[in-house]
Design a protein around this ligand. Structure first.
Ligand code: AMP
Ligand code: MG
Length: 331
């Protein structure tokens, strides 16, 4: 049996996981920095990299302990080397390279987006290529044709904000702490999704794309007109309606892509895919098989990095220790 150590520090979560070559997750540790960044209403890169530095060796130790193995029993090290915040990526990559050198174990740099795209395969053995891989997260909103390991084509993406970013910015307008997505979901349960309508963006040239800037401006103007009491009174309706508009836009893209490509399934990933309203709407509206990663694998995690790293390693072998960190790494 092969054991793969995954390390993920691309943004504000320090994550380490150990999985086996059959996809069994032996440990999956995540130390979130949300509380530190909530104070500033978003991620502060400098704060994020300092926190990674404080946490990385503790999280690695915890992952080994929970898996019940020593570091010598690791067979491969997989680490996110982009895209992400350079200062954050460097902490994970340098740590992983040092481990690789000291333990004399192979290492592979993994694209964070490939981790997300392949993550639904970890728990859904029946998900077959080609599938529509949908990354909906704080940093990305991309619809990809996933033909095989390493064969990905972008079919549609956002022209401005990522969908998680749009939710977080909307949350900021209402005074909901960062990251707002999960809190908006909770508040929305008591609201009416049809209380306010936010129109779909008008995209030129028949391009299939998303855009959240119009909705964001519309809701910001709407809330500006409310006094604090009204804002509080309408909070649940605003959350339900804005969330609905964001999710409907995602589903509208699926409806546009579906007749154009021969997908065998639709697989969501990324933090926003934890949203139950999105899950309900997707299952209700999609004709083809819809897959979601388990909730722990929706947001950033290292199990998906270990998994994607192992798949790439099987095809291409390890990387030499001088591979770079690339903040705008593409698939
Ligand atoms: P990621 O970038 O994949 O780590 O995901 C983080 C993003 O997902 C943030 O923008 C969160 O606000 C958003 N998010 C996390 N959970 C939920 C949820 N249940 N509903 C909506 N958005 C969410
Ligand atoms: Mg992510």
């Amino acid at each position: 049996m092969q054991r793969i150590l995954g390390v993920e520090t691309s943004c504000d979560d320090t994550a380490v996981s150990i999985i086996t070559d059959t996809g069994e997750i032996l440990s999956n540790i995540l130390s979130s920095q949300d509380d530190f960044h909530a104070k500033y209403g978003g991620i502060v890169p400098e704060v994020a990299s300092r926190k990674h530095l404080e946490l990385i060796s503790i999280v690695v130790r915890e992952a080994l302990e929970q898996a019940g193995i020593t570091q010598n029993e690791i067979d491969l090290i997989a680490v996110t080397h982009g895209p992400g915040l350079v200062g954050s990526l460097l902490i994970g990559v340098d740590y992983a390279k040092t481990l690789s050198y000291l333990l004399d174990k192979p290492i592979i740099g993994v694209n964070h987006l490939e981790g997300h795209l392949l993550s639904p395969r970890l728990f859904n053995a029946d998900l077959r290529f080609p599938y529509l891989g949908i990354i909906v997260s704080g940093g990305h909103t991309q619809f990809m044709m996933v033909e095989d390991i390493g064969h990905y084509t972008v079919l549609a993406e956002t022209l401005d904000d990522a969908c998680g970013e749009a939710l977080d910015k909307f949350g900021k307008i209402l005074g909901i702490p960062y990251p707002a997505g999960p809190k908006i979901e909770q508040i929305a349960l008591a609201g009416n999704p049809n209380a306010y309508t936010f129109s779909m963006p008008k995209i030129r040239d028949k391009t299939i794309a998303l855009s959240f800037s119009g909705m964001k401006t519309a809701v910001s103007l709407l809330v500006q007109k409310m006094d604090p009491e009204e804002k509080e009174k309408n909070k649940a309706d605003l959350c339900a309606s804005f969330q609905e508009a964001v999710m409907k836009q995602i589903l509208h893209i699926i409806q546009q892509l579906k007749p154009l490509y021969p997908f065998s399934g639709i697989a969501f990933s990324g933090g926003v895919s934890a949203n139950q309203r999105l899950r309900d709407l997707a299952i209700h509206q999609s004709l083809r098989q819809v897959y979601f990663p388990s909730r722990i694998l929706s947001t950033d995690n290292a199990a998906m990095i270990a998994y994607a790293g192992y798949q790439e390693y099987l095809l291409h072998g390890p990387m030499s220790l001088d591979f770079p960190v690339i903040s705008r790494l593409e698939l």
